[in-house]
Structures are given as structure tokens and as C-alpha cells.
Design a protein around this ligand. Structure first.
Ligand code: SME
Length: 149
């Protein structure tokens, strides 16, 4: 999956295009995912970026919900059962489990990748590892653009 993503992003020169292609690709590659998208870092909150799935929350304060927590910690987070999480933002009531990963460009948080599923316990450490590799590919493509501008 990561190799295909690398080929897809090769030579892409706009950040929004990198994120849009990645969202479409990963959403269609992964099984049992009802929403997948990026929340991009602004000064002190996250804003909805390119995604696949139903319309979702547009603004998430740092520290709030799974995405806001990952934006602060810069560490991946697996939520096996969203109903057991006090600090969780339910954009879609049907979502049962979630994986959120940081996208770091030059050690700074650029965005988080949020992946939701209708199944409980959909994501494990192996998913996290494979998808972190994909996030690294996305970050590398974004960083190349920053170096050009
Ligand atoms: N559940 C996320 C919010 C984004 S939606 O799932 C698309 C959270 O708690 O941060």
C-alpha cells in the first residue's frame, strides 16, 4: 500500500492535491472504513481538510477529541470503542472505532489523519505501523513542496 502511495504522490506539487489523493487512495484501499480524512493544523485548532465519507466536524480545538489529542501529543492513538472514550467528538454516531495518526513535517504537526470504522476494535498495532509508514510518505511529499517554495 505504501509503495503504491509513493508512486501516486510522485511529482505532485500542491499540498491540497497530495492530501486529496492520499485520502481517496487510502479510503479505497482499506477495508471496513466509513470515514477517512485529514484535519490540518492552524494556529491553535484543527480544521477539516480533504476527506472521503460523509460531511464531518469542521473545527477541533487542540486537546479535544481523538484528533485534538493526537495534535498535542504527536503520537498515534487507537480507540477500540468510541463509546468508552470521554474525550471523543462524535461527528458520526455510527462510528465504533478509530485510529488517528500525526503527519509531521520537519518535526512540526502539519495535520492528523483520522480513520473511522463501523466495527469495534477495527485497528491494531499493525494497522498503526503500516499507516504510519503512509503518513511518512505523505509528510515527505509535503516537505518537498515546502523546500521548493
Ligand atoms: N472523532 C474525532 C472527530 C472527527 S470525526 O471522527 C470525522 C475526534 O474525536 O477527534
Amino acid at each position: 500500500m505504501n509503495q503504491k502511495l509513493q508512486s501516486l504522490l510522485n511529482g505532485v506539487e500542491e499540498d491540497v492535491t497530495i492530501l486529496s489523493l492520499s485520502a481517496a487512495f487510502l479510503y479505497h484501499e482499506l477495508l471496513n472504513v466509513n470515514w477517512l480524512g485529514f484535519y490540518c493544523m492552524k494556529k491553535d485548532y484543527l480544521t477539516l481538510g480533504p476527506f472521503q465519507g460523509l460531511p464531518a466536524c469542521i473545527k477541533i480545538p487542540l486537546g479535544k477529541g481523538a484528533c485534538g489529542r493526537v495534535a498535542q501529543s504527536k503520537a498515534p492513538l487507537i480507540i477500540p470503542d468510541v463509546r468508552l472514550e470521554a474525550n471523543y467528538i462524535a461527528c458520526h454516531t455510527e462510528t465504533q472505532s478509530e485510529l488517528v495518526l500525526p503527519i509531521l513535517v520537519k518535526h512540526e504537526l502539519f495535520a492528523v489523519l483520522d480513520i473511522d470504522s463501523l466495527s469495534l476494535n477495527r485497528f491494531n498495532e499493525q494497522d498503526q505501523m503500516h499507516l504510519m509508514a503512509c503518513c511518512h510518505t505523505i509528510a515527505t511529499a509535503l516537505q518537498k513542496n515546502q523546500m521548493k517554495s
